[in-house]
Design a binder for this molecule. Structure first.
Ligand code: PHB
Length: 371
């Protein structure tokens, strides 16, 4: 097919539809992006004028998935990331969700626990937690500089129940804050992924060992969140083969295949699939994405280095229902308009991805034309 056409109205990418039960004006999704610009001193609170402006500028997306929001202090892994556990954080998110809605967009919260990918300097005291006491080979970026992360505390069964309840509260808070739903962060080597993949999970109880046992924590979180806000508003992000955050699995197809079949039984709204290595090589063996797309009954969102042409083709050929863009949305606030016009995309500056302040955050210009 001709992807150079100006008749973009006929392309599925730009047509309205649903992501789970959420009505969207197009199938372009803004991927969750850590930007480290919340008010850390006040308690990891979002909602500054620049935070509001950043999301408002990007409300052209059919759906915005917020930056990862930690469900507890222990769930925080980077400086100045926002939380979703305190009343003050809920109040902070409200003007952001309102601004996106006012601009005609939709926004869901990504609820996040980093597990072992943190340091007490970042959590404010609590030790990193994980399924097993296995230290990943990663560094944490703290106010004291780069530090090696410590050996994590292996959660007890009682502590696991507490963490599941934290995700549930995060989902309840997300709706209180005006979000249209939540994405459970099950990807990229953070806590849920640490349970799923055997590179970090060597438990011998009901949360480790067999595929069913390693998927148990993920499914308990899904069940808790679904019970709180309803399945249609819930999705999960997965990255079956990414080596990001020093995680691996001996048989990704088996464990993620089981998980996806179980997610079908729960009727959740969407899966957000990172294909290959996060932010890098798409051609990493070990998982059959076409199988996942065919098997999963909800909305199937794909991610990782999609160009305009790849995105259009994925939707036209039925390989996906929606495509998410991460880095492209940092530097192209009007990404949907640019994709429609086949206009050039601006390059972002990695030096300001995580830097405090408005530079490299709300100062990327939109095109000077109307789409
Ligand atoms: C990051 O801050 O680098 C980061 C956070 C969450 C992800 C991936 C990367 O899922």
């Amino acid at each position: 097919m001709n992807t150079q056409t100006n008749n973009t109205d006929d392309l599925k990418l730009f047509k309205p539809g649903h992501i789970g039960s959420i009505e969207v004006k197009n199938r372009v999704v803004m991927a969750p992006l850590t930007r480290c610009r919340s008010d850390e001193a006040a308690g990891d609170i979002p909602g500054s004028e620049m935070n509001i402006e950043y999301y408002r500028q990007r409300a052209n997306a059919g759906l915005i998935i917020s930056e990862g929001t930690q469900v507890s202090p222990a769930g925080k892994g980077y400086m100045a990331t926002p939380g979703i556990y305190s009343d003050e954080q809920v109040e902070g998110w409200k003007p952001i969700t309102q601004a996106v809605h006012h601009a005609g967009g939709k926004i869901i919260a990504q609820i996040w626990h980093v597990g072992r990918i943190t340091h007490p300097e970042l959590t404010g005291g609590p030790s990193p937690i994980a399924p097993s006491a296995i230290k990943p080979n990663v560094v944490a970026y703290t106010h004291k500089g780069k530090v090696d992360v410590p050996v994590p505390h292996a959660l007890t069964v009682d502590e696991i129940a507490t963490v599941v309840a934290e995700y549930r509260k995060g989902a309840a808070n997300a709706l209180k804050a005006g979000f249209d739903g939540v994405e459970i962060h099950g990807a990229n080597g953070y806590l849920i992924d640490q349970f799923i993949r055997d590179g970090a999970n060597q438990r011998t109880d009901q949360y480790g060992g067999s595929i069913q046992n390693r998927a148990r924590f993920a499914l308990e979180v899904v069940d808790a969140v679904v019970a709180e806000i309803g399945a249609g508003k819930v999705g999960i992000r997965l990255s079956p083969v990414t080596p990001f955050n020093d995680l691996s699995d001996s048989n990704p197809q088996a464990v993620f295949g089981y998980l996806i079949e179980q997610l079908n039984q729960r009727g959740i709204g969407f899966i957000h699939m990172i294909e290959g290595s996060t932010g890098g090589d798409r051609d990493v063996p070990g998982f059959d994405y076409a199988w996942a797309r065919d098997t999963f009954k909800g909305t199937y969102i794909v991610n990782n280095g999609y160009t305009r042409e790849m995105a259009i083709n994925a939707l036209e050929t039925g390989l996906a229902d929606a495509v998410s863009f991460g880095r492209a949305y940092i530097s192209n606030p009007d990404l949907v308009q640019r994709l429609k016009l086949n206009a050039p995309l601006a390059e972002g500056n990695p030096a300001t991805y995580y830097a405090p302040g408005p530079v490299g955050y709300i100062d990327y210009p939109a095109l000077n034309v109307t789409a």
